[in-house]
Ligand binder design. Structure first.
Ligand SMILES: Nc1ncnc2c1ncn2[C@@H]1O[C@H](COP(=O)(O)OP(=O)(O)OP(=O)(O)O)[C@@H](O)[C@H]1O
Ligand SMILES: [Mg+2]
Length: 224
């Protein structure tokens, strides 16, 4: 089953994100990752389900959520886990399974590796990478056994770091769907590229505009 994001990604993903897999949206700062998580959270709240929203950067904006159509009613359907350190993030994941019940219709992690990056150094990288993989494995178990879709974001910085490569390899292994977001030369216009999917062709793209009240497709949708 697919769960609508209520963004042009639904077209890219033939209806929305899968309910038994981790969907990973990655891209540079300002590419629209948080906007997509807010829209998807709203879409799930509107279907009378609850959302677990793990916010690692304090980037959930109530104002933006309201611009997209959210009200107090939907806000009450979101269970926020605000984490401020890698240790807190790891603890939140370890307690996640206890929070899951039939009313939960979506788990969001925005963003997955922000705190990881702050924690990682030359001495602890094996331990921290193991924790990262554990966190993904917890999400994977929940989505497969409970059929709750999981949507995570990853910010992409400069290329080349070994650190970067390790976390990306872990993310790629555990995420059944990868969507890359890129900025274009036009302000607020973005392109989403499907990089990995179990049943859809990789490389299909869709362009969209981030507007005050949501994300709208512009131009053609290229199906490969
Ligand atoms: N009200 C609005 N009207 C038009 N565009 C907006 C509005 N609010 C946000 N945006 C667009 O959304 C972008 C920010 O998107 P978002 O916060 O989703 O990015 P992100 O990928 O989560 O970035 P980061 O990695 O820094 O968290 C802004 O750069 C702007 O282009
Ligand atoms: Mg963000």
């Amino acid at each position: 089953m697919r769960v609508e994001t209520n963004t042009p990604l639904d077209k890219l993903l033939d209806g929305g994100i899968e309910d038994d897999a981790i969907t990973n949206i990655y891209g540079p700062p300002g590419s629209g990752k948080t906007n997509i998580t807010l829209s998807t959270a709203l879409s799930v709240c509107n279907s009378s389900k609850k959302v677990v929203y793990i916010d690692t950067e304090g980037s959930f904006s109530v104002d933006r959520f309201e611009q997209l159509g959210g009200t107090d009613k939907e806000m009450k359907s979101i269970l926020f886990l605000h984490v401020h350190s890698w240790e807190e993030q790891h603890k939140a994941f370890q307690g996640l399974e206890k929070l899951i019940d039939k009313n939960i219709g979506l788990i969001i992690v925005d963003s997955f590796v922000a705190l990881y990056r702050l924690e990682l150094d030359e001495k602890n990288f094996q331990h921290i990478n193991k924790q990262l993989a554990t966190q993904y494995s917890i999400l994977s178990r929940i989505t497969r056994t409970e059929r709750i879709p999981v949507l995570v974001t990853n910010q992409v910085y400069s290329k080349g770091e070994t650190i970067e490569l390790t976390s990306r390899a872990i993310a790629k292994y555990w995420s059944k769907t990868l969507v890359e977001l890129r900025k274009t030369e036009k302000e607020n216009q973005r392109v989403a590229i499907l990089r990995k999917h179990r049943s859809l062709p990789e490389g299909r793209t869709i362009e969209f505009l981030i507007t005050k009240d949501g994300m709208k497709q512009v131009g053609k949708f290229s199906i490969l």
